[in-house]
Write a new protein. Structure first.
Length: 124
């Protein structure tokens, strides 16, 4: 997850393509990634929770919050990303965005961290 964030921040679309699972690549994926990294300026990454992704695991999830600027407007991206490991390499599969409306403060967080929303993504 951190390496993919760094690739966005450093504008390395080829790395993003290489770490995207082959089953998720479209014919124009590299062009789309080049356009995406050229637009935004990434300002920070906060890992909220991780599940799996340890030695011996074949899958993992990372919930994160990233700050970025696009066309002069600052925004936040929140996602619970899914990764798989194949042949000793981790690949990004997809991500789930927060639901709308968000859970109530004392409900479980949308990212499946096991924490209450207020203790996870509900932080200001």
């Amino acid at each position: 997850m951190r390496s993919r964030y760094s690739a966005y921040a450093l504008r390395l679309p080829r790395y993003l393509l290489d770490t995207l699972h082959p089953s998720k690549r479209s014919p124009h994926e590299l062009t789309q990634l080049e356009q995406a990294v050229a637009r935004g300026h990434w300002l920070g990454l906060r890992i909220i929770s991780c599940r799996g992704g340890q030695v011996g695991d074949s899958s993992g999830y990372v919930a994160f919050r990233a700050q970025f600027e696009d066309s002069g407007t600052q925004s936040t991206l929140e996602e619970n990303s899914r990764f798989v490991q194949e042949q000793d390499r981790w690949y990004y599969i997809d991500g789930v965005f927060p639901p709308h409306p968000l859970p109530a403060r004392n409900e479980p967080c949308w990212c499946d961290s096991g924490k209450k929303f207020k203790k996870c993504h509900g932080l200001g």
